[in-house]
Design a protein around this ligand. Sequence first.
Ligand SMILES: [Zn+2]
Length: 106
Amino acid sequence: MLTKVQCQPWISVEIVALNVGSTDWCYTARGGCAKKVGPEEGSSSDTKHCNKDNGERTERYKVEAIAHDNTGCINLLMWDREAKKLCGKPAKEVKKEKVRPHTEKI
Ligand SMILES: [Zn+2]
């Protein structure tokens, strides 16, 4: 008799670039829910839809990364949990900081 074994494959890649502009790296959600909410509290798209979306509105990461291994390149989307691990701080803290465009001379 054969035994069915499930396994999750892992692929090791190196991130070579983040494909983000000044505002498209995050979005607004509410409470513990990951769904995007409207730009303003109380707007028509700002409706409650689950039991996790109680609480404060906050920024969450949505970062497009370009990664490669020895077989080629892929675009990956890093959501809040992964991007927060890499960045070391929540998106709302990064948004508060004054981020200087890379074209500006120091
Ligand atoms: Zn929700």
